[in-house]
Write a new protein. Structure first.
Ligand SMILES: Nc1ncnc2c1ncn2[C@@H]1O[C@H](COP(=O)(O)OP(=O)(O)OP(=O)(O)O)[C@@H](O)[C@H]1O
Length: 340
């Protein structure tokens, strides 16, 4: 029995996964401006980590440093190592990064059109991605696999979708296509930068569900940037909080959201519609929560949203919520749940 298996047997806990991504001393500068300063964190294989923080705090630049897509005139230094890749991603040339991107790490952006080729049929784009990284070796098999993947991400009539161009789809459908492209080579890490922010509220939860299922099916890890704390509570196991270009707080979602230590995190939680009940469980009910985000004693809303009562029509990505101690749901409450 391996040492980690012996430890697991002794403690009754699952053995810890190895580190997949290790970021150390990451600085991002533009001219003489430091935009990201001394950022360091790790993500274990299969782990889902949220990255939150105010606008301009450096979340996107941190993510772009990992995938080697920093904008012109912006430079990274420090170290970003990914298991299975034998070189540092910081300072790697475009040729090296294009071998890493897609195969080891892939990114989903807020605006899918920036990642999709407007002049190429959608099925061909997904198939080409598989051929480039040799996930599929012949065109016919790649085309079939592309249609299957478009089906898996929930595009209606995937055969017809594969023959269509990006502009023929809605925003939510384009986001599903970008996800298919990102997952085409089963990357070990998916980086998502506000992937549902630009979508209609009714579509957001469905696209989020598809992303989380896609990641879970592959045992992939995920770095998820969002302003929505409920989404972090729902989807992620750990959370990193950025402020002024630095990570100011990091830890398990439940710990950070129930006992935030940094003043900035405390303000963020206060201003959100997250609520923490007597037993330290997280609940969130949008649009129905008092401004201060606190439920009065005896409030029947607490922990009783549409999902908790089984009345939620959406497929729930939160059934296996990582904190295991509660749930968060951003669906409307059921009519029986009242705030009084
Ligand atoms: N191409 C660029 N050149 C110079 N500065 C930039 C560039 N892109 C971003 N910045 C600056 O870097 C800082 C961090 O930007 P970043 O986009 O990472 O923030 P963010 O936390 O992702 O914000 P948001 O939540 O609004 O997306 C900001 O001050 C921003 O103005």
């Amino acid at each position: 029995m391996s040492t980690s298996a012996q430890t697991a047997a002794a403690t009754g806990r699952a053995p810890a996964q190895p580190d997949l991504l290790t970021v150390r001393g990451l600085d991002v500068v533009s001219g003489d401006r430091t935009l990201v300063a001394d950022v360091g964190f790790t993500i274990r294989a299969g782990e889902r980590v949220g990255l939150i923080g105010e606008s301009g705090s450096g979340k996107s630049l941190t993510a772009l440093s990992i995938v080697g897509l920093l904008p012109e005139g912006v430079r990274a230094s420090g170290s970003v190592r990914l298991a299975g890749v034998d070189h540092d991603l910081v300072g790697a040339g475009e040729a090296a990064m294009s071998r890493v991107r897609g195969k080891h790490v892939a990114m989903v952006f807020q605006e899918p059109m920036t990642a999709l080729n407007p002049t190429m049929r959608v099925g061909r784009q997904v198939a080409e991605a598989m051929l480039v990284h040799r996930t599929q070796r012949d065109r016919r098999a790649a085309a079939t696999a592309a249609v299957e993947l478009l089906d898996r991400v929930g595009l209606p009539d995937p055969q017809a979708a594969a023959r269509a161009y990006p502009h023929q789809f809605s925003g939510g459908q384009r986001q599903r296509i970008m996800l298919a492209l990102a997952l085409a080579n089963d990357p070990a890490l998916l980086v998502c930068d506000e992937p549902t922010t630009a979508l209609d509220v009714t579509v957001q939860a469905r696209v989020l569900d598809v992303i989380v299922r896609g990641v879970q099916e592959r045992d992939a890890a995920m770095l998820f940037i969002t302003h929505d704390l409920a989404v972090v509570a729902t989807v992620c196991e750990r959370v990193l909080v950025m402020y002024g270009g630095r990570i100011v707080e990091a830890g398990p979602v439940r710990e950070v959201f129930t006992r935030p230590r940094h003043r900035y995190t405390q303000g963020l939680i206060e201003a959100s519609n997250l609520d923490v009940d007597d037993r330290g469980r997280l609940a969130t009910i949008p649009g129905s929560v008092p401004a201060a985000g606190r439920f009065p004693a005896g409030c029947v809303f607490r922990n009783r949203c549409a999902h908790a009562t089984g009345a939620c029509a959406e497929r729930p990505p939160w059934t296996d919520m990582a904190t295991g101690t509660g749930y968060a749901c951003f669906h409307p409450p059921t009519s029986e749940a009242r705030h009084d």
